[in-house]
Design a binder for this molecule. Structure first.
Ligand code: 5GP
Length: 116
């Protein structure tokens, strides 16, 4: 496992710092270090799956919890009504850089078209 692969595991283990928004036994939510919108949070299962499809196949309930957690964070940030975007990048063409599945929550301003 490369450093980039294990980045979230190291954050979960408190070996690296992060701005933690929410945490429970199953997942952690942290602010993205390079935010692409006023609210940019990554919701990450503590168990490592490479991508959303692997997570969906192994634990659909946890996938659903990622989504409901992202909604709760959006609501707390006051952007659930104005709107937000959830996305998973999968592999190189999508720009996935960390091969530990993470749900991006983006919002806090009009986000433009699907490709930003
Ligand atoms: P991906 O491109 O894999 O979908 O998303 C990876 C995200 O992780 C990027 O948006 C990037 O800015 C973020 N990121 C990379 N390194 C760190 C870090 O050390 N801490 C935090 N909080 N986010 C990071």
């Amino acid at each position: 496992m490369s450093d980039m692969d294990s980045l979230f595991l190291r954050i979960i283990a408190r070996e690296l710092p992060a701005d933690i928004v929410f945490e429970n036994d199953r997942l952690i939510a942290i602010r993205d270090i390079n935010p692409q919108a006023p609210t940019h949070v990554l919701v990450v299962p503590k168990k490592r799956y490479r991508n959303a499809a692997e997570l969906a196949a192994a634990d659909p309930q946890l996938l659903a919890e990622l989504i409901t957690t992202a909604h709760d964070i959006a609501a707390q940030a006051g952007i659930a009504e104005s709107g937000y975007r959830l996305l998973f990048n999968t592999n190189a063409d999508a720009g996935q850089t960390i091969f530990h599945v993470h749900l991006h929550l983006l919002g806090g301003e009009p986000l433009g078209g699907l490709t930003g």
